[in-house]
Design a protein around this ligand. Structure first.
Ligand code: SGN
Ligand code: CA
Length: 485
């Protein structure tokens, strides 16, 4: 799993932006989910949903701020009890250590890209190098040296990349800073056909993306151009060794010089494009390392003949905007952040696409089912093992529930819940506003036209509100029926 990995940046889904041959292998040799989504598009809550198989309002981890309640029973704890060896390496982001793992080496909070600190069962340690490589080294070290080959194992291999602020490895910033990427159709979206929540969110590439943290202008460049930005990459760059820093400056220095020359002639539109290109160069650059490292792990499974009886899953904690609607970040129930990449390679399983609607509540139940362990009845998710085996499931779910809570907070995305069916999406933004949005995904896949309140949609809205309430009752969400109409 990686952090904030947009499906638009995996070539198995779309090869417009980059090639990810190793991640694609999982889909090619297995299954690609075209309709996988999350229940609450933000990091630690998504991880809590995955581990517990329950929606945020029941597992308690509704936002990134609160600590995870460790009285929750997680699927790794159940697997461990069932005789599986369990290990976790990389980013967890809980504020407390995971239960149910024989071994873990995790990053504190968001973690750092260069020379990161890891929390281990023996205390904290700083490991020299690049986080994506190190996370893989730690994983392979456990696989090679401490795994009991007579027992089954469940491994969580969790990359920090491509989380903001994007610091690629030297190999890839050298390559990716030379690239130019196609612009998304909705880069200049002015939100005029949407609701208040879109207009007031603070995740715009032009207005809210930091020229310093995100686009890598130095304080010196900013001063020279008379620009202000409260951000400071000092702490992350400060972790680099002198040698790492010199290599970084040799590439990002000329980018600064070039910007100084071009800035006086730039307008909002050319600056947006410049920031978008800089954003993608670094964001995708960090993914190139994830892809290489996924390849290392897959090769190890092949070499050790483990591939024949090991299920491999690749996913992210949520999707991400790569300039769609002019945005970066996630949080909204719009497609780019509601959906998440998911691919599964199951020896002897189905090959090809799976179009059924699955959600991250289902991962735990599916893995327990695969292991032949009873799925606790209070988990919200359902096992999609039959789909993996290629069986037709006629009564598969026809709608999905979503609920996002982290507001007021960074990026200012209002609290909202919603329902998505195969064709429609109805959302209610609440708390300090009371706004509904409705999209017809068949006619308007980019969700550019909110049709809520338009004549002719009354019956449809009634049906969708009934379905929304049905899901809120099914999942026992206490926040329901909080609107007047
Ligand atoms: C940081 C980022 C945000 C991001 C959150 C949550 N800001 O605060 O852009 O939305 O993490 O991300 S930064 O200035 O520190 O880069 S999450 O993946 O952990 O949910
Ligand atoms: Ca995330």
């Amino acid at each position: 799993m990686s952090d904030d990995h947009a499906y638009q940046a995996i070539s198995a889904y779309s090869d417009k932006l980059m090639q990810t041959p190793n991640i694609d292998r999982i889909a090619k040799e297995g299954m690609l989910f075209t309709n996988a989504s999350v229940t609450n598009s933000i990091c630690a809550p998504s991880r809590a949903v995955i581990l517990t198989g329950k929606h945020s309002h029941i597992n308690g981890k509704i936002d990134n701020i609160s600590k995870f309640d460790t009285t929750n029973v997680t699927f790794p704890q159940i697997l461990q009890k069932a005789g599986y060896q369990t290990a976790m390496f990389g980013k967890l982001h809980f504020g407390n250590n995971p239960k149910g793992f024989d071994e873990f080496k995790i990053l504190p909070g968001q973690g750092e890209y260069y020379n990161p600190t890891f929390i281990t069962q023996k205390g904290d340690t700083i490991i020299k190098g690049y986080v994506t490589d190190i996370t893989t080294d730690l994983t392979l070290d456990w696989m090679k040296n401490r795994r009991d080959t007579n027992k089954p194992f469940m491994l969580m291999y969790l990359h920090k990349a491509p989380h903001r602020a994007w610091l690629p490895s030297q190999k890839y910033y050298t390559e990716y800073t030379k690239k130019t990427f196609p612009l998304p159709e909705t880069l200049f979206d002015d939100y005029s056909t949407r609701g208040t929540a879109s207009r007031t969110a603070e995740m715009g590439i032009l207005k809210h993306m930091s020229l310093v943290n995100d686009n890598k202008l130095t304080p010196k460049t900013m001063k020279k151009l008379g620009l202000q930005d409260w951000n400071d990459l000092g702490e992350s760059l400060g972790r680099m060794t002198a040698e790492q820093r010199a290599k970084w400056d040799a590439v990002y220095g000329p980018i600064n010089d070039d910007f100084i020359k071009r800035y006086p002639t730039m307008n909002d539109s050319t600056l947006t494009v410049w920031k978008y290109q800089r954003y993608l160069q670094d964001y995708l650059g960090t993914i190139a390392s994830v892809d290489d490292n996924v390849g290392r792990l897959l090769d190890y499974l092949d070499k050790e003949k483990l591939a024949d009886n090991t299920i491999v899953v690749y996913t992210s904690d949520q999707g991400f905007y790569l300039g769609e609607h002019g945005w970066f970040d996630k949080r909204f129930m719009y497609e780019e952040s509601f959906r998440t990449p998911l691919m599964v390679r199951l020896p002897g399983g189905k090959k090809g696409d799976i179009d059924e609607m699955v959600q991250n509540i289902d991962y735990g139940p599916t893995i327990l089912d695969l292991a032949g362990v009873k799925v606790p009845s209070d988990m919200h998710g359902v096992s999609f093992l039959p789909l993996l085996k290629g069986e037709k499931v006629s009564d598969w779910r026809k709608s999905l529930y979503y609920h996002f809570y982290e507001y007021p907070a960074e990026h200012a995305v209002r609290r909202h819940y919603g329902v998505r069916t195969d064709r429609y999406k109805l959302m209610h933004f609440y708390n300090d506003i009371d706004c509904w949005e409705l999209y017809d995904l068949q006619e308007d896949p980019m969700e550019m036209h909110n049709i809520y309140g338009q004549p002719g949609t009354e019956e449809l809205v009634k049906e969708l509100k009934t379905e929304l309430l049905r899901l809120q009752v099914q999942y026992d969400d206490p926040i329901r029926n909080i609107y007047k109409d």
